[in-house]
Design a protein around this ligand. Structure first.
Ligand SMILES: [Ca+2]
Length: 128
């Protein structure tokens, strides 16, 4: 069986985009907000200002997947835990920044850590 590599979008993201088109909301599909992040999730976006491709999880993620790998430019932590982001898969390569506390968000990551994150841990205490 052939497994596609380097896919450009996730089916869930496509479904979300299609849903936005079908429902004909006031905002275009690309205009999202930090509220796209479900409660109790940690969410990351491809671009600044919570736009572009999107990934969210309510638990640790050892690899956020090809579609979002090394693309994170903004984030929101809607969980009540601490989130620690890592350079490589399986929480390797070291922390890319200090752990993010409950409720933490950034619309734009600093240039030196922009487009770097591959995995993150959600835990009851800061690990970075
Ligand atoms: Ca990016």
């Amino acid at each position: 069986m052939r497994r596609s590599r380097g896919g450009r979008f996730r089916p869930a993201a496509l479904a979300t985009a299609l849903a936005a088109v079908i429902t004909g909301g006031a905002a275009p599909a690309t205009a999202v907000s930090p509220d796209q992040c479900p409660p109790a999730h940690f969410c990351v976006w491809e671009h600044n200002d919570y736009t572009g491709r999107f990934f969210s999880s309510s638990g640790s993620s050892p690899n956020i997947g090809a579609a979002m790998n090394d693309r994170t430019s903004s984030y929101r932590n809607r969980s009540r835990w601490w989130v620690s982001m890592y350079l490589d898969a399986d929480y390797g390569g070291g922390c890319i920044m200090q752990s993010i506390g409950p409720g933490g968000a950034s619309w734009m990551l600093p240039a030196d850590i922009n487009d770097r994150m591959t995995s993150f841990v959600i835990a009851s205490s800061p690990l970075c």
